[in-house]
Ligand binder design. Structure first.
Ligand code: AMP
Length: 206
């Protein structure tokens, strides 16, 4: 959020979008960042896996998409995020992990946040070479980490999610910060925190 003289408002809640292909470490980094910055963490993938495990109405709706590595339809994801972000725990800020994943979702997010008097502070684009990603995912061994499904998820990323980066760069003033994610967890985390500190918020503690 910007003040009237164009400077960034340092009292506005931090809303960080963790962006990147499957397997770049979004989930791990999002969790640590949220903890260190004292803000909430929202992972749409985690929410879906829990809903599927509990066989809730949402779980039943999203199961076939999640298990085949396809994207859950934009409207459904956006509706779930809109409902979730109404909760008071998000008022002091949030690390969004795995959302938005399409331009339509990014537009929905803008509206959801603006209704709450909030806005995206920055997009953190985590980059890891594809051979490292495949190796990490195969080792992680989640149900959707089978080689054929991994391949499909990477295709979906390149086709539907990667264009979102250009959208943010060309159609918004939201900073996109690219971070080399090919290092150990703590090193990557320090890289993200110091980028936030130097480019966005001097009160983010690396
Ligand atoms: P993730 O844990 O972020 O890798 O997400 C696991 C799966 O959940 C994805 O492969 C999609 O099927 C689904 N999913 C998670 N987030 C989204 C989203 N923002 N839009 C559509 N589908 C999603």
């Amino acid at each position: 959020m910007e003040t009237t003289d164009g400077r960034r408002d340092h009292t506005a809640p931090l809303v960080l979008v963790l962006f990147g292909a499957p397997g770049v470490g979004k989930g791990t980094q999002a969790q640590i960042l949220a903890e260190k910055l004292g803000i909430a963490h929202l992972s749409t993938g985690d929410a879906f896996r829990t809903a599927i495990a509990n066989q809730t109405a949402v779980g039943k709706q999203v199961q076939r998409y999640v298990e085949s590595g396809a994207l859950v339809p934009d409207e459904l994801v956006s509706q779930i995020v809109a409902e979730e972000l109404q909760k008071p725990q998000y008022r002091s800020g949030v690390v969004l992990d795995g959302f938005p994943r399409t331009i339509a979702q990014a537009q929905a997010l803008e509206k959801i946040l603006s209704d709450l008097g909030m806005s995206v502070t920055a997009v953190i684009n985590l980059v890891v070479p594809e051979d490292v990603i495949i190796d990490r995912l195969v080792k992680r061994g989640r149900k959707d980490d089978r080689p054929d499904i991994i391949r499909h998820r990477l295709e979906v990323y390149h086709k539907e999610t990667a264009p979102l980066l250009q959208y943010y760069q060309e159609h918004s003033t939201i900073p996109v910060i690219t971070i080399d994610g090919n290092a150990d967890i703590e090193t990557v985390n320090q890289r993200i925190l110091s980028a936030i500190k130097s480019r966005i918020r001097s009160d983010a503690q690396p």
